[in-house]
Design a protein around this ligand. Structure first.
Ligand code: DLZ
Length: 193
């Protein structure tokens, strides 16, 4: 069955800073989704140096990671403004976050894309994770006020996952939609502020 997505809108992303957090489960599906998202960010003018990619083990970890990543970027942003050292504030306890401290752009993220692939198995694991993660990501978005893009596939099998990652010929890569959504919502949020 073919599902219709939104008509794409291209907004100017040249001043945006975007975070991406992706799970490492089902990496063969995650990789094209990530590339699709990054390709659309680039098409909208988001500079590569303004895209920070972090990873977590599985989809379950996405809400906490998004929350922490945004908080760290806020600390970095305010510390840069006051002349302090973001590197000191972020510390070296999390190796992943060190790369955040080393980036030259110190603005807080305008949006964060959370990418995961949940494939239904024989137990209830899928239902618990899918529900918690979707609620968790929405909560982080409402709590922080920044767009958290829901890049989590919840599918019944590998075939469905491949068909949503653009791997099967003629199929659409949903990661592209997530990249566009991140730019559109970042720009609109600034206008609505
Ligand atoms: C445990 C688990 C299972 C069964 N399936 C998936 C999956 O399809 N996709 C995914 O991203 N992660 C899965 N995980 C791992 C959990 O998300 C989580 O990483 C672990 O339970 C550790 O908290």
């Amino acid at each position: 069955m073919h599902t219709k997505g939104p008509a794409p809108q291209f907004h100017d992303g040249s001043n945006l800073r975007i975070g991406i957090v992706h799970a490492r489960w089902n990496s063969t599906i995650i990789e094209p989704l990530l590339e699709g998202a990054k390709a659309k960010l680039a098409e909208c003018g988001v500079k590569e140096s303004n895209i920070v990619v972090q990873t977590v083990p599985g989809a379950w970890e996405l809400p906490t990671a998004v929350q922490r990543l945004y908080a760290a970027s806020q600390v970095q942003s305010s510390s840069a403004g006051s002349g302090g050292s973001a590197g000191d504030l972020l510390g070296s306890s999390t190796a992943d976050l060190t790369s955040l401290a080393n980036t030259t752009n110190t603005a807080a993220f305008d949006a964060i894309i959370a990418i995961g692939v949940l494939i239904k198995g024989e137990t209830m694991h899928f239902e618990y994770i899918a529900e918690s993660v979707s609620h968790g990501l929405m909560r982080v978005s409402l709590d922080t006020g920044i767009p958290v893009i829901f890049g989590v596939l919840t599918v019944l099998n590998d075939e469905q996952a491949k068909a949503r990652a653009g791997i099967i010929e003629g199929s659409h890569n949903h990661g592209e939609d997530w990249g566009l959504a991140a730019v559109e919502m970042s720009v609109k949020r600034k206008n609505w502020a």
